[in-house]
Write a protein that binds this ligand. Structure first.
Ligand code: HEM
Ligand SMILES: *[C@@H]1O[C@H](CO)[C@@H](O)[C@H](O)[C@H]1NC(C)=O
Ligand SMILES: *[C@@H]1O[C@H](CO)[C@@H](O)[C@H](O)[C@H]1NC(C)=O
Ligand SMILES: *[C@@H]1O[C@H](CO)[C@@H](O)[C@H](O)[C@H]1NC(C)=O
Ligand SMILES: *[C@@H]1O[C@H](CO)[C@@H](O)[C@H](O)[C@H]1NC(C)=O
Length: 595
């Protein structure tokens, strides 16, 4: 089996894809064949009878495969994602012009609406309910599901695909995902970016496996800053100073840091041997894990308290509660701005300058709601970003040295960490073979969970996001080794390829951090989550919500650089990408002068 030639793969493919026409169907739930196309809904009737509900899909026919007239026209006119991406990442001279005209607004609005329209709102399925139900709508302890889970009574976790057996997750990770030698992101993302990704997303990816797979502790389902303030009121009250709206803090060498668990007694995960003074309290119980998470937590803590001072100066009569609540909304607004205008900008590689302006959607039919999807959580397991070691002030810190070691934060201080993390490149996420060994088990667990949760095959998600399903592993990857291994592991059936391995192993776009699918699937989830926030809605998005013009200005001018430099004494090089040689020299000069 190891050296399958193309011919035998085709035969195998044919045998596996002949389905009900030639196979024995009795007993198998017909919906296991995932027959309904174009978002048609499969409903089972008698033993082997099903119907596809094609309402509003723009298609008709037994499997919703025949396009209506306007669907045909629309599809003919719609440019392919590849072409759109190419235009957005090339022709910088066009974009230089677009950036500074109202065309920028028009295009940005188009990006937002086209992307968001791919996400159902209100949400639909969850991991228990593959049909619409009140429980699924109402019970926010579940992550939602974009595509319904494969029915429980199907022959395989993918329906009928993978009947010859799905690969052992350990093997899959060992042979295709584990890093050989570190491969930096060709778009130049740095460790500052990697830790931002992790810090930011953990406010809404908070799997509650104690309740079962497919549940979340983050009931805000979006950017609620629960990673700063805690995901419940009790925790928030422990973290608050109850004076001037501020959060509790401690001073070390005259600098503000998060309090210890002695002063803010909240549940945190630390190894039992951790000295008490090193057990810092954060909004998120796992943020003691990595110095980069502690660094961002410290920056946001300082920012929150700084904003409180500013609000108090203009509203001397406001009580602690109003100062706290208003600062929180400002922090949420700052976060969304930094995410869209800097973080997503870096990730996209677009020459078009992205813009966070909620008023763009105020006259459209955009729905202000957000429910985090399980697929989004799996998609965001971007562990290949992490390097082999952290390099701070010339010291090389291994995983053993920095995991659960908050003294790294206070030992170097925020400025040095920002500087070090901004200089060090992050790993390329896509393309395979770039996952540090210490996180291999996370990928294994993700694949195992996806089978128990009956996540549909990668190609079904391709179709859901208007992408052409791959017809072969050779089309899917341009890496000979990956093609061969996948053909062996998935017995030649590209339709059995699973969602998460598909995202991480797909050929990357030229010079890009990952492949087409990660962008085309990740962006809709991301933008819907960001713009669906209540602060973006017409009744919230105005100065009074943020304590007046002063607060609104903070939201409207937030940048990563300000987050760092308004909360530290010196202002190091800070960005989501590694510096150019010129920027590095400039910064070295500046640092020498400061010393
Ligand atoms: C040294 C760095 C890191 C370590 C040791 C680490 C470790 C882990 C572990 C142990 C889990 C839980 C796995 C499970 O129980 O299934 C997890 C989940 C996750 N990680 Fe990481 N991770 C790291 C960095 C990152 C980065 C840079 C990102 C970037 C986005 C990231 C994204 C995620 C996501 C989205 C989850 C799922 C969270 C959830 O559903 O609760 N991680 N990670
Ligand atoms: C619908 O799809 C199934 C297999 O998924 C196929 O057997 C059947 O012929 C299709 N029906 C129509 C009307 O296209
Ligand atoms: C347009 O925006 C892109 C992305 O931020 C940037 O690289 C480019 O320099 C900008 N051009 C102008 C003229 O602002
Ligand atoms: C949500 O569903 C879970 C699992 O059935 C259940 O334990 C939990 O109590 C439900 N939550 C609410 C608010 O009903
Ligand atoms: C934790 O970090 C500090 C400061 O970088 C370092 O001196 C110490 O050795 C680290 N602890 C462990 C257990 O590696």
């Amino acid at each position: 089996m190891r050296f399958l030639d193309l011919g035998s793969v085709c035969v195998l493919f044919f045998l596996l894809s002949c389905e009900p026409a030639c196979g024995e169907t009795s007993g198998v739930n017909p919906c296991c064949y995932l027959p309904c196309q174009n978002q048609g809904v499969c409903v089972r009737y008698a033993e082997d009878r099903y119907e596809c509900d094609c309402t509003l899909t723009g298609f008709y026919g037994g499997n919703c495969t025949i396009p209506e007239f306007w669907t045909r026209v629309h599809h003919f006119l719609r440019p392919s994602p590849g072409v759109v991406h190419f235009i957005l990442t090339h022709f910088s001279w066009i974009w230089d012009i677009v950036n500074s005209t109202s065309l920028r607004n028009t295009l940005m609005r188009l990006v937002l609406t086209v992307r968001s329209n791919l996400i159902p709102s209100p949400p639909t399925y969850n991991s228990k309910y593959n049909y619409l139900s009140w429980e699924s709508y109402y019970n926010v302890s579940y992550y939602t599901r974009l595509l319904p889970p494969v029915p429980e009574d199907c022959p395989t976790p993918l329906g009928v695909r993978g009947e010859a057996g799905l690969p052992d997750p350990e093997q899959l990770v060992e042979r295709l995902l584990k890093r050989r030698t570190f491969r930096p992101d060709p778009q130049g993302a740095n460790i500052m970016f990697a830790f931002f990704a992790q810090h930011f997303t953990h406010q809404f990816f908070k799997s509650f496996n104690g309740m079962g797979l497919g549940f979340t502790r983050a009931l805000g389902h979006g950017v609620d800053a629960g990673h700063i303030y805690g995901d419940n009121l009790e925790r928030q009250l422990q973290l608050r100073l109850h004076k001037d709206g501020k959060l509790k803090y401690q001073l070390i060498d005259g600098e503000i840091y998060p309090p210890t668990i002695v002063d803010a007694p909240v549940k945190m995960t630390y190894p039992p041997t951790t000295p008490l003074e090193q057990q810092l309290s954060f909004g998120h119980e796992h943020f003691g894990l990595l110095p980069g998470l502690g660094m961002y937590a410290t920056l946001w803590l300082r920012e929150h308290n700084r904003v409180c001072d500013i609000l108090k100066a203009v509203h001397p009569h406001w009580d602690d509660e109003q100062l706290f609540q208003t600062s929180r909304l400002i922090i949420i607004g700052e976060t969304i701005r930094i995410v869209i205008e800097e973080y997503v900008q870096q990730l996209s590689g677009y020459h078009m300058k992205l813009k966070f302006d909620p008023t763009m959607l105020h006259r459209s039919d955009f729905q202000y709601s957000s429910r985090i999807a399980l697929e989004f959580d799996h998609l965001y397991h971007w562990h290949p970003l992490m390097p082999d070691a952290l390099i701070i002030n010339g010291d090389t810190l291994t995983y053993q040295q920095f995991l659960f070691n908050t003294s790294v934060i206070t030992h170097y201080g925020i400025e040095n960490l920002v500087w070090a993390f901004s200089k060090q490149p992050a790993g390329q996420i896509g393309g395979g073979h770039n996952l540090h060994a210490s996180m291999a088990h996370v990928a294994v667990k993700t694949i195992e969970a996806s089978r128990l949760l009956r996540v549909q095959p990668f190609n079904e998600y391709r179709k859901r996001f208007n992408l052409k399903p791959y017809e072969s592993f050779r089309e899917f990857s341009d890496n000979e080794d990956i093609v061969h291994q996948l053909e062996e592991l998935y017995h030649g059936d590209v339709n059995a390829l699973e969602f998460y391995p598909g995202l991480l192993l797909e050929k990357t776009r030229p010079g890009a951090i990952f492949g087409e699918s990660m962008v085309e699937m990740g962006a809709p989830f991301s933008l819907k989550g960001l713009l669906g926030n209540p602060i973006c809605s017409p009744l919230y998005w105005k100065p009074s919500t943020f304590g007046g013009e002063v607060g609104f200005d903070i939201v409207n001018s937030a940048t990563l650089k300000k987050l760092v430099c308004l909360n530290t004494k010196t202002c190091p090089y800070v960005a989501f990408r590694v510096p150019t040689q010129a920027e590095l020299e400039e910064d070295n000069r500046k640092r020498k002068n400061e010393l």
